[in-house]
Design a protein around this ligand. Sequence first.
Ligand code: SAH
Length: 243
Amino acid sequence: MGDITVIGIGPGRQGAMTIEAMEALRKADIIVGYRTYTALLREIFLEKRFEESGMRSEEERCRRAVALAQSGLGTAVVSSGDAGIYGMAGLCLAMAEGTGVSVRVIPGVTAASSGAALLGAPLENDFAVISLSDLLIPREEILGRVRAAAESGFVLCLYNPGSHTRREILREACGEILRYRPADTPCGIARSIGRGGEGVEILTLGELRDREADMLMTVFIGNCRTRVLSGKLVTARGYKEEK
Ligand code: SAH
C-alpha cells in the first residue's frame, strides 16, 4: 500500500515553497494536480511522473490519488498556497477514509501571507479570511460572513474575489463592508503572486467596490487601524510607536 501526501506548494515561485514540501515532492513516485501547478513543478522535477487535470475535477483527482496509493505508489497531491486552506487536503482525507490509505498534509505559504508581504503588513492584527466563491457555499451565507466580519472590526482577506461568471460578488461584499467602514478605508490587491504578472495596488474601499476582480487576485480590506505608510498597507498592532 502506498500513501498520499497533500502538499501546499506556495504561491508560485520555487523560493516560496518550503524545504519540507520540496523534499516530499522529491520522494513521491507520482505528482497529481491541477495543470497550472504541475506545469510549475515539471520545470523542477524533470524525471517525475505527473498526472494533471482541469479546474473542476477535484473529486476525480482525489479519487485517482487514492487509487494510485492503493496500487502501491507514494502519491503527492499538490495545491497552490496551503493545501489545507481552500485546497485539496480536506477532500483527500475524506475520500481516503475507510480505504486504508494514509494521508499526510504538508503546509505551504497561503495567499494571505504572500499577498500581505507584498503589500506591506495588513494582517498585523485580527483578521478574517473569506472566500467569495459561491460554487460550493450559498451567496447569502458568504455575504452574511462578510457583514459579520466587517461589523466585528476584522481586517478582511478575500480569496476568490471574482471571475467572469461572478462579476458582482466583490461589489456586493464591498457594499456590506461600507455599512460599517468609511469609503476611504485603505485596501489592497495582490495579483499573480510569485508568478509572471505579479503586482500590487493600494486603493480605497470605495474604489475597490467598482473594481473588476478575477481569480488571480487576493484582496485585503483594512480596518480602523490600517494606514498607508510609504506606499505600504500597514495595520497597527497597537504599539505606542505606531501612531
Ligand atoms: N490554497 C490556496 C487558495 C486556493 S483558492 C492558498 O492557500 O493560497 C484560490 C484563490 O486563492 C484565488 O482566487 C486567489 O484569491 C488566491 N490565490 C491563490 N494563489 C494566488 C496567487 N499566486 N496570487 C494571488 N492570489 C492567489
